[in-house]
Design a protein. Structure first.
Length: 121
């Protein structure tokens, strides 16, 4: 069961279908896009304390990566290239463009080892 009682004011949870799975994404703020990724074994909640400050100047996206938190747990697709495609799909679903900054709490070995392909428009 999904709960959003941990979310700071001004944030909402969106369920986004992309890349063969459904991801839970906390969204808030406005401005340049900032994607915050959690490490293993964390969830998007790892960012809760800094989300309000970051949302003052950014559109902040914090997904539960596939298989974690409130996102679906597919049978496969856990390669880092799939995670990059997941993030690209979130940006597309939310119609967000422009430069995107990505931060990660504690990257697992090989995290985003392959740079994501540019968004096609």
């Amino acid at each position: 069961m999904s709960t959003a009682d941990w979310l700071p004011d001004g944030f909402s949870i969106q369920r986004i279908e992309t890349n063969g799975t459904r991801l839970s994404v906390a969204v808030g703020g406005s401005g340049p896009v900032l994607v915050l990724l959690h490490g293993w074994p964390q969830t998007s909640r790892a960012w809760a304390r800094v989300m309000p400050d970051l949302a003052q100047r950014h559109t902040v996206l914090i997904p539960d990566l596939r298989g974690t938190g409130d996102s679906d747990r597919p049978d496969g697709g856990f390669a880092k290239t799939n995670q990059a495609d997941d993030i690209r799909g979130i940006l597309t679903a939310l119609n967000l463009t422009g430069p995107v900054a990505v931060a990660e709490t504690s990257p697992p070995p090989g995290a985003l080892a392959e740079p994501p392909a540019p968004l096609a428009r």
